[in-house]
Design a protein around this ligand. Structure first.
Ligand SMILES: [Zn+2]
Length: 74
């Protein structure tokens, strides 16, 4: 007998959803709502954040550190 919770877990495991390496979020539109760089997925909102990133941005260092941590060279 499969409980509701077990069924939910199975559903989640079967779905291939990309998790953004920067913000750890799964975009609503899945893989189409972002880009893959060296097998690393980045969602559209983070892509825009990186592209528009300037040295005086509040989150500049945070974003740069995350990019370094996942080994992407942009
Ligand atoms: Zn993201």
């Amino acid at each position: 007998m499969i409980t509701k919770m077990q069924q939910d877990l199975t559903d989640k495991a079967c779905r291939i959803l990309p998790v953004c390496s920067i913000c750890q979020q799964v975009p609503d539109k899945g893989i189409r709502d972002g880009i893959m760089i060296k097998k690393v997925f980045i969602c559209c909102s983070c892509e825009i954040r990186i592209v528009n990133l300037s040295v005086d941005s509040v989150n500049y260092n945070e974003v740069i550190n995350r990019i370094k941590a996942i080994g992407i060279m942009l």
